[in-house]
Design a protein around this ligand. Structure first.
Ligand SMILES: [Zn+2]
Length: 508
């Protein structure tokens, strides 16, 4: 039995040998070899040059040799088991053919070519009329079958609108339209929750774009080709309240961000001071950093950040619950792993008024010490950037789909959306808490800073990340292990929250 055999012109010696073998076996099993269709060749026009590949006709149906076709691309077919199935991979797409069957699986879906895949002289033959359409869906270039000229035409660089992707963020939806060159565009709304991009000069790969499945956020994606322009239309599940689109020259994509109406502020020009839907500040989410397999930083005496963060958070929750000024939710109550997305999700779902993520700091230099409070914004210095990277690490390893580096365009567009609304308030909350630390902790104050923390990025409310002290510093590790110090830290944060509540609830 021959398995995983690859055919290509470059290994013509072995290829020839097997091409004799395969039909021989098959002739014994089927009548394909004796049906005697006319042998011929068809043209493949690829970037201006014309190649000929093997072909035969079966009545009206023109079969072409996929084996030879893929060689033009320098690709290979893999034959899983003799006579069973043949795989053809193109980028992320995988076709699987079954000899004698008209059904072909493309990734997870089954398609019907109407006419069966055939084996002839050891090569796989497919019906051009129906298969080329499927092929076109998987190729960035346009692939068409011209039946009058018996030609497969491949136009590289034909499409300049090649794909659309949709990703769901905590605070909205990000849609990206892939372009191969910058195109002007117009965005319009139409009845039925449609958002329409009109792109003069656009040549849209409809097949690829319309094959994109609908998602939780997008009901339908359509593409239209007009004579001198193209249109990409998205049908949303809900009426879009607030959105924004811009071309990003670095990625070559048009990025459309649509805010989730659930998280949308009640007025577009909401004055600073109105926190949460009811204008009162009464629900706090406390987020003890790290947990479970994610230890966070580890001190010289093996004190783990995750444990200290949880202890301070519990202490803070206790203070809050005693006074009943606020309600409180902890993102984790025990030593367990929760993704940064889940943490943000808890806060967003509860529609909390404030989000406080509690951490302790670490540095290679054992001398580094002091408390510091951060709010979300692109890091403006290397220290803050390095810290954000360390705190984001669990996100990076656990949710590979989103790049969180401060410069990443996808997160930046979502960043922008939140920052505009909450940056000022978050910065103020940071300053208020830092001020309390300075008064009561008895360790140096490192002030307030900004950094691109993922956990804050996804939270749709004023939020801060507190680094109580340095676990990497001998004295401060000792303090962090001390219950009295932890209580002091919790008390300082709590005093800050009360102060913040007074200030913002009073202001108009
Ligand atoms: Zn941390």
């Amino acid at each position: 039995m021959i398995s995983e055999t690859e055919f290509s012109k470059t290994n013509i010696g072995t290829g020839r040998a097997r091409r004799v073998w395969l039909p021989f076996l098959f002739c014994a099993l089927s009548a394909i070899c004796f049906s005697g269709p006319a042998q011929a060749e068809i043209d493949v026009s690829l970037s201006g040059r014309t190649e000929r590949i093997g072909s035969f006709s079966h009545g009206e149906i023109v079969y072409f040799s996929l084996s030879e076709f893929v060689e033009l691309y320098g690709e290979k077919l893999s034959w899983e088991t003799l006579g069973q199935s043949i795989d053809y991979r193109i980028g992320d797409n995988r076709f699987r053919f079954f000899l004698g069957s008209s059904f072909v699986s493309l990734n997870d879906t089954v398609r019907n070519m109407t006419y069966p895949a055939k084996l002839r002289e050891g090569a796989l033959y497919l019906p051009a009329q129906t298969f080329v359409r499927l092929l076109d869906r998987t190729r960035p270039e346009r692939v068409t079958w011209e039946s009058d000229r018996r030609r497969i035409r491949i136009e590289t660089g034909y499409y300049n609108i090649t794909d659309v992707t949709v990703s769901q963020k905590a605070n909205g939806i990000l849609v990206e339209i892939y372009l191969t060159e910058e195109l002007p565009f117009q965005l319009t709304e139409s009845e039925g929750n449609w958002l329409n991009f009109s792109l003069p000069g656009g040549r849209v790969n409809r097949a690829v774009i319309e094959s994109r499945r609908s998602s939780a956020a997008i009901r339908e994606i359509n593409a239209f080709q007009f004579e001198t322009s193209a249109q990409v239309s998205l049908r949303l599940r809900r009426t879009p309240h607030s959105y924004d689109a811009k071309y990003n020259p670095e990625t070559g994509r048009i990025q459309l961000s649509i805010r989730n109406p659930n998280f949308r502020p009640q007025t577009t020009h909401r004055p600073v001071g109105q926190i949460g839907p009811d204008k009162t500040i009464d629900l706090i989410v406390i987020d003890p950093g790290h947990g479970g397999e994610d230890n966070g930083a580890i001190g010289r005496r093996f004190t783990k950040e995750k444990d200290i963060a949880l202890k301070i958070s519990r202490e803070l929750a206790k203070l809050i619950r005693k006074d009943k000024l606020f309600k409180v939710i902890l993102t984790r109550e025990k030593d367990e792993f929760i993704t940064l997305e889940e943490r943000a999700g808890i806060a967003n779902l509860a529609q909390a008024d404030l989000f406080i993520s509690i951490h302790v700091n670490a540095n290679i230099s054992r001398q580094a010490r002091g408390s510091q409070v951060f709010f979300l914004a692109p890091a403006k210095n290397d220290g803050a950037r390095a810290l954000a990277q360390a705190e984001n690490a669990s996100f990076l390893t656990n949710a590979g789909s989103v790049d969180v580096s401060g410069r990443d365009d996808l997160s930046m567009i979502v960043n922008d959306m939140i920052q505009n609304v909450y940056e000022e308030v978050s910065a103020d909350l940071s300053a208020i808490i830092q001020n309390q630390f300075q008064k009561s902790l008895g360790i140096p104050s490192r002030g307030v800073d900004q950094a691109a923390f993922v956990v804050l990025n996804q939270v749709y409310m004023p939020s801060v990340l507190v680094e109580v002290a340095f676990i990497s510093n001998r004295q401060e590790e000792k303090l962090l292990r001390d219950k009295k110090f932890r209580r002091k830290a919790a008390r300082a944060i709590y005093e800050g929250l009360k102060r913040f509540k007074r200030k913002y609830e009073r202001s108009p």
